[in-house]
Design a protein around this ligand. Structure first.
Ligand SMILES: Nc1ncnc2c1ncn2[C@@H]1O[C@H](COP(=O)(O)OP(=O)(O)OP(=O)(O)O)[C@@H](O)[C@H]1O
Ligand SMILES: [Mg+2]
Length: 273
C-alpha cells in the first residue's frame, strides 16, 4: 500500500505550496488515474512516490517504508518505478539491452541473473528483437517501451506513469497503453497513471483529480466520468461520450451520469425508443 499523509510541498522556502495537504492511499495491484490541468502539481506528486522529492510537511509511506528515511530509499525505489513522458530523458546506454540492464547493474546483481531479467523485461514490452539495436534508431514509442523494460526489470510492485504516451506517435501510444494494462491485470503491478486523456483511464479502479495542489475527487470512474462540470472545473477535456450526452440534455433527453461507455450509451438510446 502507498499512503500519502497530509503531504505539503513547496520548491523553495516561503514560495507558494504546490501540494497542499494531500492525503490518499493506493492498494497493491490497483490501477489509479491521476488528472488535473497543466501546472496543477501532477509531476511534483509523481516524484513523491519514490522519494525523488520529499514532502516539506507530511509523509509518504510505501508498504510502510518512509520516503524521508535515506536508509529506506533503495528499497522504495525497487518497489516504485517511475516512467517519465520523454523516453530520451531516461535512456542512458547506446545498446537497448545494456540500457535495460542499467538499473540491475547498479544493484550489484550477478550477470547471469541480469541477462535473464533483461530478456524477460524486453519480452514483456515486445522489444526482444531490438535488444542489440542502438536506441536512437527506434521510434518514440519503441524507446518508451525500452525505458519501461528498464523499470520492469527491477520487478516493481508499483508503476508511476507521468503522461507515458504524451510524447509518442499515436500507433505507439495504443501499443504501450495496452501493454501497461496487461502488466496491471496479469502481473498485478499497480499503475498510477497521470494523463490528460480520460480515455486512457476509463478502466481505472479510481481516478484522483488534482486541482490547486489539493485532491478534488478520488472516486470510481463511474462516479466521475459522466459529470461534465467536474471536468470543466478541472480543465480537462471530457470524454467525447460525455460531451454527446451533454448535447442530448439540451434537447430534453436526460441520462444517468454513469452511462459513459459507448455500449451503455447505445443501450440507453435504444431504450429511449
Ligand atoms: N523544479 C521546480 N522549481 C520550482 N517550481 C517548479 C519546479 N517544477 C515545477 N514547478 C512548479 O510547480 C507547479 C506544478 O508543476 P508540475 O510540473 O508538478 O505540474 P503538472 O501538473 O505536472 O503540469 P503539466 O500538466 O504541465 O505536466 C507549477 O507551477 C510549476 O511551475
Ligand atoms: Mg507534468
Amino acid at each position: 500500500m502507498i499512503e500519502f499523509v497530509n503531504v505539503h510541498y513547496y520548491y523553495k522556502e516561503n514560495s507558494s505550496l504546490i501540494l497542499n495537504n494531500i492525503s490518499f492511499t493506493i492498494n497493491k495491484g490497483e490501477f489509479i488515474g491521476i488528472v488535473g490541468r497543466n501546472g496543477s502539481g501532477k509531476s511534483t506528486l509523481a516524484r513523491m512516490f519514490n522519494g525523488i522529492l520529499i514532502p516539506s510537511k507530511g509523509k509518504v509511506l510505501v508498504d510502510g517504508l518512509d520516503t524521508r528515511k535515506a536508509e529506506d530509499l533503495i528499497k522504495i525505489r525497487r518497489k516504485v518505478g517511475l516512467l517519465l513522458p520523454n523516453p530520451d530523458n531516461q535512456i542512458v546506454s547506446s545498446v537497448v539491452e545494456e540500457d535495460v540492464a542499467f538499473g540491475l547493474e547498479n544493484l550489484g546483481i550477478k550477470p547471469e541473473e541480469i541477462r535473464l531479467q533483461v530478456d524477460e523485461a524486453l519480452k514483456l514490452v515486445e522489444m526482444e528483437e531490438f535488444k542489440k539495436h542502438p536506441p536512437y534508431l527506434l521510434s518514440g514509442g519503441q524507446k518508451q517501451r525500452v525505458a519501461l523494460a528498464g523499470i520492469l526489470a527491477l520487478k516493481p510492485d508499483y508503476l508511476v506513469l507521468d503522461e507515458p504516451t504524451s510524447m509518442i506517435e499515436p500507433e505507439g501510444r495504443k501499443l504501450i497503453t495496452g501493454l501497461l494494462k496487461q502488466i496491471n491485470s496479469e502481473l498485478g503491478v499497480a499503475l498510477i497513471w497521470i494523463t490528460h486523456d480520460l480515455e486512457e483511464i476509463i478502466e481505472a479502479d479510481r481516478i484522483l483529480v488534482v486541482a490547486n495542489g489539493k485532491v478534488k475527487e478520488y472516486k470510481k470512474p463511474k462516479e466521475l466520468l459522466g459529470k461534465a462540470d467536474i471536468w470543466k472545473e478541472a480543465g480537462i477535456e471530457p470524454l467525447a461520450i460525455t460531451q454527446f450526452m451533454q448535447n442530448l440534455k439540451q434537447y430534453g433527453i436526460d441520462f444517468k451520469p454513469e452511462e459513459f461507455t459507448v455500449q451503455e450509451m447505445v443501450d440507453f438510446l435504444c431504450r429511449l425508443k
